[in-house]
Design a protein around this ligand. Structure first.
Ligand code: COA
Ligand code: MG
Length: 290
């Protein structure tokens, strides 16, 4: 479980080195939109080199965003970076869970070729970037044991429908994008995987980011994408349960353990039942994932 995923353009050695030192929970070396087509061959080699550096004692998970499965670049990206055994692949513009199955099959072969533990490379799809994808989100539940989570993106979706703005009246998102965000959250829950909120583009606006991350955490997301070093601490804080929340969760779990077979109980004058127990377990899992 990762709270912060920091995107780094893979054509920038300086930013890649900086991202490493910053230690977000996860880093995503980007070979897609942040890197121009002509710069990709060199960027692929740089990512492979970064991945092959000594990772002992490095707690930051190393992801690579490859190009979409229906592009010629996807296979070139994978061919170059799998020798470095990344922890995960971020797949943009996934149209449907079939794309995950196809990627998973490619990973099976490349893991074997490079002596990587079979199944060790996980997949984080950006699951809402095409309109068609929104109608297939329910099927991620059946797709692959490699799924690390689901995340969502608004940029490409907005362009696809011709939206002139993605913001609502005094709100971060207008209705169509709120729908995509919510569907990502529910699809992740249906697939029993993590829901990762999309990035907050205005990276100088720390208060706005904090509010956005806290809303996401309240709704059930367990992490958020980042694009700038200054966003990492804010995101990590928002997705870390407070001591009070952890104490409350422990109290609920203890209460159920002391009363086996009982469905509804009373804690400090309030009714607690199965959904509270499930939520309490999620908070403890989130706290442990730190
Ligand atoms: N990862 C690591 N380091 C980063 C970084 C990132 N994502 N973004 C900025 N930095 C570094 C800069 O190189 C700079 O380093 P320095 O102080 O040693 O010179 C420092 O952090 C401060 O950066 P700043 O000047 O505030 O921003 P910028 O104008 O250099 O860069 C962006 C702004 C948006 C271009 C940059 O943040 C970026 O590349 N973000 C990621 C973009 C991306 O990957 N997009 C794809 C997903 S949508
Ligand atoms: Mg994009």
């Amino acid at each position: 479980m990762h709270r912060s995923y920091l995107f780094v353009p893979a054509d920038s050695d300086k930013k890649m080195a900086k991202a490493r030192a910053l230690a977000p929970d996860a880093v995503i070396y980007d070979l897609e939109d942040a890197v121009a087509q002509d710069a990709r061959p060199e960027a692929r080699l740089r990512v492979a080199e970064f991945l092959s550096q000594d990772r002992s004692g490095v707690s930051t998970a190393q992801f690579v965003r490859i190009n979409p499965m229906d592009s010629e670049d996807a296979d070139k990206d994978l061919g170059a970076v799998m020798s470095g055994a990344p922890d995960g692949i971020v797949l943009p513009k996934a149209h449907a869970p079939d794309d995950i199955a196809a990627l998973s099959a490619r990973l099976d072969a490349l893991e074997a070729q490079h002596g990587v533990t079979p199944g060790a490379t996980c997949i984080l799809p950006v699951a809402t970037e095409t309109p068609r994808a929104l109608f297939t989100l329910g099927a991620y539940a059946t797709v692959s044991e490699r799924l690390a989570g689901l995340t969502w993106g608004a940029e490409d979706l907005g362009a696809a429908v011709g939206a002139t703005s993605k913001a609502g009246d005094n709100e971060e998102w207008s209705d169509p994008f709120k729908l995509a965000r919510s569907l990502c959250l529910f699809a992740a829950a249906a697939a029993e995987t993590e829901a990762v909120d999309t990035l907050y583009a205005d990276f100088r606006d720390q208060a706005g980011l904090k509010a956005s991350a806290e809303r996401a955490r309240r709704d059930g997301f367990t992490g958020k994408l980042a694009i700038h070093p200054g966003q990492v601490d804010v995101i990590n804080a928002a997705f870390s349960p407070s001591e009070a929340e952890i104490d409350q969760a422990r109290a609920i779990i203890d209460l159920f353990e002391r009363n086996p077979g009982v469905g509804a109980l009373s804690l400090e004058g309030r009714m607690v039942d199965m959904p509270h127990l499930i939520q309490a377990r999620k908070i403890i899992a989130l706290a442990r994932g730190r």
